[in-house]
Design a protein around this ligand. Structure first.
Ligand code: CA
Length: 606
């Protein structure tokens, strides 16, 4: 609906009682009249309100109502016309609001690290759709997910809170607390058409009071399937067709919020799909993380990862084209990112630079000026929900959601600046509790940290625990892969032990890295006297902020996170059930049988 306030303001209608002009003063009085109208059962001229409404055939359409009024002007008492016009004014206001509300397309890949999108210069990953969003919008260089694992990452996005503020939802595979309302539920209550396809909030259980699923990412649209997915390991979901089905079900003019949750590039991969189907070559990879040995196996694995990112991107491209064809791209905020770092050792599920640093591009053609900007402000995933709530014209306090630590990104969206737009956005907090099982008593590996400027400080609260899970249960917080196998093999290879130690060995209580110079986070500066003061300041700021956020881990109640039940019945308490022979290696289906150490490991020689 396109409203035309000027036409309404200048309208005159002749009725039995004379000429009614919709004057400026009457416009001013409209608010009072409408409030009175809405709180009484009759119009000023004595008609029950429902008659007025029934007589307006399609009251949502201003022009239809105007036509109806004009045709019926001689049969309506002038008082009623006045009332209808005042109502109309109200509807115009509502109409303008809904026209102004942007649509939101939130596209999230599953397990992709910064900087593995073409726009960041990764030549071995071809992502024309992501690059288009960056060129026609904003490319972010410092977007971080506070907790780099599927379920907690998505919980942060949906609630605008850090994972340590979400009780059970701090963990992977949780029972998502009913008390935490999410932005999709709020927008659905306020006129948005809400849906999702692919991987929504997962994995875990999120039910309402009646025990029915809440569908936190939005009502699923998953009916359409691909005839043949491009490679084994790639989902059969025809994401773009399901987005189209969603749009077809939406009423004209209704704003939408849609969650495109690609299952890619989550493992598993079809071995050599990047080489054989993606037309890639091993020498295209110009950088190899320093914590991996450089060999053809790992390069091949990386290309297979790239091939899956490209599938995610291909469907994003189809969605952008579809919106453009429908004329809806201009007023759609498109957000493209991933939930956590790539599914490789020392990355996904850890708290390092590759783990938490995410690709992020936003476009909104009608509102973002100076498109093609690069922005260096620190952005946290807790910032998404406040952005969407503000764009929907709502105050957070009225949503019923718990208080957010995020900050709406509109200061960046509405600015024309590149580089650092808002110097206050100078850090991000990170942290984790339990991800995958694999330690005695389903313990987690608690970490908190802060990324500020060029530095990453991490506090490991339980350095006596195995950071990726116990060796005898297969290091379960790293998905099985050719790279994982290659690194595990290095433990006993002469002169290669350090690869195993970086990826799977125990860690000290504190870590400090200069991520600009050492993005691989290999040179721990925590005990370097040159960094004593800097470390102290970062630690103080971290603890002060965590206390402000009432994090149980720094308030002496960290044990609550270990006590929350891991909700996957198939493999909760995996350590004890496996060690006692009740479970098999194959019950941890995301790793390989060869990942389990069969001999007790020697004392670690770090
Ligand atoms: Ca993930």
């Amino acid at each position: 609906m396109k409203s035309n306030p000027e036409r309404i303001q200048n309208l005159s209608i002749e009725g039995k009682g004379g000429v009614f002009k919709f004057s400026y003063l009457q416009r001013l009085a409209a608010g009072t009249a409408i409030r009175r109208f809405l709180t009484t059962s009759k119009t000023p001229c004595g008609h029950p309100k429902n008659i007025i409404w029934k007589r307006q055939p399609e009251y949502k359409d201003v022009h239809t109502v105007l036509d109806w009024l004009t045709k019926n002007k001689n049969h309506i008492a002038i008082g009623c016309i006045a009332t209808v016009l005042l109502l109309l004014q109200c509807l115009v206001a509502v109409g303008q609001q809904s026209t102004d509300k942007p649509n939101i397309l939130f596209a999230i890949a599953d397990d992709a690290s910064y900087p593995h999108m073409g726009a960041y210069g990764a030549d071995w990953v071809d992502t024309p759709a992501f690059d288009r969003v960056a060129e026609q919008g904003i490319l972010f260089t410092r977007a971080y997910v506070p907790n780099p694992k599927c379920a907690p990452s998505r919980s942060i996005i949906l609630t605008g809170r850090n994972s340590w503020q979400l009780e059970e939802a701090a963990n992977h595979w949780p029972d998502f607390p009913q008390k935490f309302k999410v932005y999709t539920e709020v927008l659905a209550e306020h006129g948005y058409f809400v849906g999702s396809t692919g991987k929504g909030w997962a994995p875990g259980i999120a039910n309402n009071e009646e025990g029915a699923p809440r569908h936190l990412a939005g009502r699923p649209f998953n009916e359409h399937q691909l005839e043949t997915p491009p490679a084994g390991g790639i989902s059969g979901n025809d994401y773009a067709a399901n987005f189209e089905a969603f749009l077809k079900e939406k009423s004209a003019g209704e704003p939408f919020v849609f969650w495109y949750g690609g299952y890619e590039p989550h493992r598993g991969y079809e071995w050599q799909s990047g080489l054989n189907k993606g037309g890639k070559s091993l020498d295209q990879i110009d950088e190899m993380p320093g914590f991996f040995p450089d060999n053809d196996t790992i390069r091949t694995d990386l290309l297979d990862y790239a091939f899956e990112i490209e599938h995610f991107d291909e469907h994003l491209g189809q969605m952008l084209d579809l919106l453009a064809e429908r004329g809806e791209l201009g007023n759609t905020l498109v957000v493209v990112t991933a939930d956590n770092g790539m599914p490789f050792p020392r990355i996904k599920g850890q708290s390092y630079e590759y783990s938490a640093h995410m690709p992020l591009a936003l476009m909104w053609p009608e509102r973002i000026v100076n498109a093609g900007r690069k922005v260096d402000d620190f952005v946290s995933f807790a910032d998404f929900a406040p952005t969407f709530i503000e764009l929907a014209g709502l105050d957070w306090e009225e949503t019923g959601m718990h208080a957010t630590v995020g900050r709406s990104l509109t200061d960046i969206l509405y600015s024309d600046r590149e580089g650092v737009v808002n110097p206050d956005r100078d850090h991000v907090l990170v942290g984790k509790e339990r991800h995958d099982v694999g330690r005695p008593y389903d313990w987690g590996y608690p970490v908190r940290g802060i990324i500020k400027g060029d530095m990453l400080y991490l506090k490991n609260f339980k350095p006596d625990r195995w950071p990726v899970g116990n060796p005898e249960t297969g290091y379960l917080n790293t998905d099985g892969s050719p790279t994982k196998t290659a690194v595990l093999d290095r433990r006993t290879a002469p002169g290669q032990y350090h690869y195993w130690a970086w990826n799977f060995g125990k860690r000290p209580g504190e870590e400090l890295y200069h991520i600009a110079e050492d993005p691989d986070c290999l040179h721990n500066l925590a005990e370097d006297p040159a960094y004593t003061e800097e470390k102290k300041q970062l630690k103080e700021e971290l603890y002060a902020k965590l206390k402000e956020q009432e994090d149980p881990r720094v308030l002496g109640r960290g044990y609550v996170f270990d006590a929350y039940r891991y909700m996957n019945q198939a493999n909760y308490n995996f350590y004890h059930r496996y060690m006692e022979g009740d479970l098999e290696k194959s019950d941890a289906g995301w790793v390989n049988g060869s990942d389990f150490e069969t001999e007790p490991l020697p004392v670690q020689q770090q």
